[in-house]
Design a protein around this ligand. Structure first.
Ligand code: HMG
Ligand code: MG
Length: 312
């Protein structure tokens, strides 16, 4: 990966599907993941090992993990909240896990039923087991740029939690803007501080586009040096424990932006749009992605013109 190029971390099958009322069956989930890998992503979050009572959309993650064909050079990540989740993930041969906790107390309580300190302790135990099993650990710090319940979140607190998680055995951090609360200069400053503290290879940006700032924030983060970005095909998703939360930045829109800047992502925009088209056709999910909506309207208009010509 060149110094200026970016790595796209696709979270559609997890973050994208966890907040949709439509529950995809295992066949479709597996096909979605395989299509995303086929299109060129090298990091993919295939699902979560959370309590099925709270997130029924992810109840069959073990089966998904078992059925997906693993491709050489691709990292398949499972989201894990605690030791029970880790044990389920290990049972399903997961070699890469992503854990999560929030920087704000109230969101953490709503999301995982723990205080921030309890979460740090709980993850410490899980990391000991994961490290012993040679599992790679990504650690989300959610509400990094604002909390749906508490508002502003001091960035010192975000950095302190990230530092503790790394010291406890995590390999890298993902800064989660859970409700897209950040604005570009805030995200730029946070990105700079995180890179300075942990190094560019250990910091990813997990931005949601809830309040219209998604791509502007991504650009600010890129300019600050961030090179790993989480996206979701079609811009589906959101956190079920953040009222009104919307999806991550659409994978196709992020790539469209980077293509225009001459920044290599290793992924072809049009192939992402094809996968978005597949999700649109195969599910009842409305894809919020503006680029997808625009290109599909364009295609429909072209088809209409051809039909009119053919019958003229
Ligand atoms: P809890 O009720 O506090 O768990 O839930 P507990 O430890 O008290 O255990 C109670 C029972 O649950 C026990 O069973 C456990 O075995 C079982 P019992 O003894 O009563 O029969 N249990 C589990 N079962 C299956 N899988 C597990 C598990 N853990 C315990 N992993 C828990 C705590 C975290 C499990 C629960 O609150 C939960 O699953 N919450 C869901 C949270 C979630 O999925 N949120 C969305 C993902 S996070 C996100 O979207 C943000 C992110 O995208 C970044 C960003 O945008 O900022 C990552
Ligand atoms: Mg998220």
């Amino acid at each position: 990966m060149g110094e200026d190029s970016v790595r796209i971390f696709e979270v559609g099958p997890r973050d994208g599907l966890q907040n949709e009322s439509v529950i995809l069956d295992v066949d479709r989930k597996v096909e979605m993941i395989e299509r995303l890998v086929e299109m060129g992503v090298r990091d993919i979050e295939f699902g979560s090992f959370v309590h099925p009572k709270w997130i029924p959309q992810m109840a069959d993650t073990e089966e998904v993990a078992r059925r997906v064909t693993r491709r050489e050079g691709v990292r398949y990540w499972g989201l894990v909240p605690n030791l029970v989740g880790l044990e389920r993930a290990l049972e399903a041969n997961t070699t890469h896990i992503a854990t999560f906790m929030s920087a704000s107390e109230t969101h953490n309580q709503h999301n995982v039923n723990r205080t921030v300190d309890e979460s740090l302790d709980c993850l410490k135990t899980a990391y000991e087991t994961a490290n012993a099993e040679d599992v790679t650990i990504r650690a989300y710090v959610s509400t990094a740029f604002g909390c749906p319940y508490e508002g502003d979140v001091p960035f010192d607190r975000v950095l302190a939690i990230a530092e503790t998680l790394l010291a406890q055995g995590a390999d890298m951090i993902a800064l989660g803007d859970t409700i897209g609360a950040g604005t570009p200069h805030q995200v730029r400053d946070g990105a700079r501080r995180a890179i300075e503290a942990f190094g560019v290879d250990r910091v990813a940006m997990h931005l949601h586009d809830t309040q219209g700032m998604g791509l502007a924030n991504a650009l600010a983060a890129y300019q600050a040096g961030i090179r790993i970005f989480d996206t979701s095909v079609g811009a589906t998703g959101g956190c079920p424990y953040a009222p009104g939360a919307a999806g991550n930045i659409a994978t196709e829109e992020m790539i469209h932006m980077f293509d225009g800047m001459g920044v290599d992502s290793g992924i072809d925009r049009d192939r992402v749009l094809e996968v978005a088209g597949w999700v649109d056709r195969e599910t009842d999910i409305d894809l919020p992605s503006k680029l997808y909506q625009y290109t599909s309207q364009l295609e429909a208009a072209e088809d209409q013109t051809e039909e009119t010509r053919a019958t003229a």
